[in-house]
Each structure stands twice: as structure tokens, then as C-alpha cells.
Design a protein around this ligand. Structure first.
Ligand SMILES: NC(=O)c1ccc[n+]([C@@H]2O[C@H](COP(=O)([O-])OP(=O)(O)OC[C@H]3O[C@@H](n4cnc5c(N)ncnc54)[C@H](O)[C@@H]3O)[C@@H](O)[C@H]2O)c1
Ligand SMILES: O=C(O)C(=O)C[C@@H](O)[C@H](O)[C@H](O)COP(=O)(O)O
Ligand SMILES: [Zn+2]
Length: 359
């Protein structure tokens, strides 16, 4: 299956096919004629899929180099970014060459930012290998690294030239990471597509979910593409994709980026916003119950032990904070969303309502 992201001058194709990993080189040749590709990947993905992708690229006539960094969110920072720049510069990569991200959202966000900024921008391609990256992060062009103060605080919008998704790579993904991706899929259904949400309510086990992976990827990508096409630079409609992230990102930052994986922090953030929204009369109680039940079925709402001050300190760094007023995404009913403009003090009161046990 081929999906298109239609953007003026920057449109691209998303190729979704089991086994596509071995054909990446040939497909890339249809869009990129340069001589050299840097495969950026992490320490878990490199031994699993690095050689297959490298062979495929070399069969298609590309020279390749591979850069491997330590897996995990803790690597999504300026130090690793500097390492990528070093490899590109030492390897004499020029504007005719490209970076190809092979891995999850951490690899894509980090190497995308490197590609966006090295020599003021070289070509960039994504081969996502986690469910989260296949349904969300590989598409839409948000590239970034974290700062200790908050998530994705240094970044840009830089669309890939193409995305190649092989759902077979999910066979090696740890279950906890499958659930991280599922968190973002639930978000897509909750904000935009009640039928898609209902389909996910049909899954009883992780095996059910993986059996349906192609439909899951397609359902999420349709929501994501629609948002990106409407509002590429995140100034309006696209902010809906941040449902659960205001508190979720704050949780990740407040716990040093190594305690909760992103999709689980988002699931926790969505459940909290749903609870607070019911208390405020902003969400149908029955729909909040359905959202909570689906997340609970897969044990995706961790118990969090954090002070309100810590959480609010990090929430203030949210990118939807404009001069002290923040846009909170709420879901009045499943498949719909609304934006609430809140001062930081109002967000604090809302969070207290949502999480009455923290102080
Ligand atoms: N740019 C965006 O639009 C966007 C959207 C959502 C999330 N994100 C970002 O994405 C990141 C999270 O991405 P993620 O959940 O993919 O995390 P990740 O990249 O850390 O990958 C999760 C883990 O799975 C391993 N892995 C990857 N593919 C594998 C495979 N096929 N088999 C076995 N192991 C594999 C990785 O090595 C890592 O340990 C966060 O930094 C988040 O902020 C960005
Ligand atoms: O594509 C988007 O837009 C999103 O918000 C997708 C989110 O799932 C993702 O986590 C994104 O990186 C968050 O963006 P940020 O602008 O809040 O850093
Ligand atoms: Zn996210």
C-alpha cells in the first residue's frame, strides 16, 4: 500500500508493505539519485536490521556508512546530535547525500534534526521499526532532541523524502514497546476517529493487536496525515495530536527521560486529562470510561509518584505555552477534540482535579 502526504513542494510517499526492508534501496532509487547514504540507527536495531538495509542500499548502487548510538530516550540529546554531525563531517557527506533513519522515534527525531541542520539541510528518509514510529513519528516532519528542561525543546519541521514501513519488523519488538505505540494509536482514535477507536476496543491481547498491525498503522496514519496536511507547522489543527502530551511530556522530563517510555507517558496523560475533563464537565463520562478501560486492559496507566510542583514546572516548557497561556487538548466525546486555553494556574487546578492524590 502507498499513502501520500500532500504538502506544497514537500509532499512524499509512505510505502507500507511486509518485507519491504529488502527493497528499500530499489524504492529509494526512484526518488533519490545521490551517491551516499548514512544509515543512522541504534544499538538494538543495528544487529537486527542494519545489514539487510545496508545490503539493499548497496545493491541499488549507494555507498553507505552506518552510525550506531545507544538505544533509548536518554540518547535523544545534544551530545548524540554532535556525534552524528561529526560522522557526517568526517565522512565528507555533502548536500548530494542523505541520512536514512532506521529505528524508532528516537532515531527518527534525532537523525532528522541532524539532516535538517547539517549543511543547512541534506536529504532525509525514514525506515521506522517500532509501532510508534510506524504510526506516528516517521510522518509529519517533527524532528527534535530533548533538553533536561523538557521534551523536544530543540527541533524543527523537516519532512522526510519518503517513508518505508515494514510491519514484519514488529515481530522482534518487545511487548512494552508495542504498547508504547498503541498509546499513540489510541490517541489518534480518541481525537479523530471513533470507528478506529472501536476497532481497537476489539483487541483483547497484544497478539490481537499485532495480527491487525497493517490496519492499525493505516488507521493511525490516515489521522496523522490529515492533521499534517491541514497544519504542517503545528499552529492550529495539528495541536490535537498533542492529546495526553502536556502532562505526558512533563512526566517524561520530570523523571529524567528514562523511567517511562513516551507512549506510556502519553497514555497516562490521556487518562489524567479524561478524568479532569469529566470533573470539569468537558467530556462525556461514558467516553472517559471507555478510554480508561482500553488503556487499563493493557496495563498502560502507571502509578506515578511525583509532586504537583515538579509536574507543573516541566509542563510550563510545553510548546503550546504562548506567553503563560497553554492549549490543553480535550476530547468531549470519542472521535472529537477541542482546545482549552488555560493559564498555568488554571492548568495546575485542572491537574489537581485530574490527579487528586498528588500534592
Ligand atoms: N516526531 C514525531 O512526530 C513524534 C511522534 C511521536 C513520538 N515521537 C518521539 O519518538 C520517541 C519514541 O519513539 P519509540 O517509542 O519508537 O522509541 P525508541 O526509538 O526508543 O524505540 C523503542 C525501543 O525499541 C527498540 N527497537 C526499535 N525497533 C525495534 C525492533 N523492530 N525490534 C526490537 N527492538 C526495536 C529501540 O532500540 C528502543 O530500545 C520519543 O522520543 C518521542 O518523543 C516523535
Ligand atoms: O505530530 C505531531 O504534531 C505530534 O504532536 C505527535 C506527537 O505524538 C509527538 O510526540 C510529537 O513529537 C510531540 O510534539 P511536540 O511539538 O509536543 O514536541
Ligand atoms: Zn507523542
Amino acid at each position: 500500500m502507498k499513502l501520500e502526504v500532500r504538502l506544497p513542494q514537500r509532499g512524499y510517499a509512505i510505502h507500507l508493505k511486509k518485507g519491504i526492508l529488502d527493497g528499500v534501496g530499489e524504492l529509494l532509487r526512484q526518488t533519490f539519485q545521490g551517491p551516499k547514504v548514512l544509515i543512522a540507527t541504534d544499538s538494538n536495531v543495528a544487529p537486527l536490521y542494519g545489514e539487510r538495509v545496508r545490503n539493499s542500499l548497496e545493491r541499488a548502487g549507494y555507498a553507505t556508512q552506518t552510525f550506531v548510538f545507544a538505544a533509548g530516550e536518554a540518547s535523544k540529546n545534544m551530545n548524540t546530535l554532535m556525534d552524528v554531525y561529526g560522522v557526517l563531517a568526517d565522512g565528507h557527506f555533502t548536500r548530494s547525500d542523505a541520512v536514512l533513519a532506521l529505528g524508532g522515534g528516537v532515531v527518527g527525531d534525532l537523525s532528522g534534526l541532524a539532516a535538517a541542520t547539517y549543511l543547512r539541510g541534506i536529504r532525509f528518509y525514514q525506515v521506522p521499526t517500532t509501532l510508534l514510529a510506524q504510526i506516528d513519528s516517521s510522518v509529519g516532519g517533527k524532528v527534535a532532541v530533548d533538553l533536561p528542561q523538557g521534551k523536544n525543546l530543540v527541533g524543527n519541521f523537516y519532512q522526510p523524502g519518503a517513508v518505508f514501513i515494514d510491519p514484519d519488523t514488529l515481530s522482534t519488538l518487545p511487548e512494552a514497546e508495542v504498547l508504547g505505540g498503541f498509546g499513540e494509536a489510541v490517541k489518534h482514535g480518541a481525537i479523530m476517529d471513533e470507528n478506529y477507536f472501536a476497532r481497537m476496543e476489539g483487541y483483547q491481547t497484544i497478539a490481537d493487536l499485532l495480527k491487525d498491525s497493517e490496519k492499525l498503522i493505516e488507521g493511525s496514519l490516515r489521522v496523522k496525515i490529515g492533521m499534517v496536511e491541514q497544519d504542517e507547522r503545528d499552529t492550529g489543527a495539528r495541536m490535537a495530536l498533542n492529546f495526553g502530551h502536556t502532562l505526558g511530556h512533563a512526566l517524561e522530563a520530570a523523571t529524567g527521560f528514562d523511567r517511562y517510555i513516551h507512549g506510556i507517558a502519553v497514555a497516562w496523560g490521556m487518562a489524567a486529562v479524561a478524568r479532569g475533563s469529566v470533573a470539569m464537565g468537558w467530556m462525556k463520562a461514558e467516553d472517559a470510561r471507555r478510554l480508561n478501560a482500553l488503556l487499563e486492559r493493557f496495563h498502560m496507566i502507571p502509578e506515578v509518584n511525583l509532586s504537583l510542583d515538579d509536574l507543573m514546572g516541566k509542563a510550563a516548557s510545553d510548546k503550546k505555552n504562548f506567553g503563560g497561556t497553554l492549549t490543553l487538548v480535550v476530547v468531549p466525546e470519542l472521535g472529537k477534540h477541542e482546545f482549552k486555553r488555560l493559564s498555568l494556574e488554571e492548568l495546575r487546578r485542572f491537574t489537581k482535579e485530574a490527579l487528586p492524590w498528588i500534592s
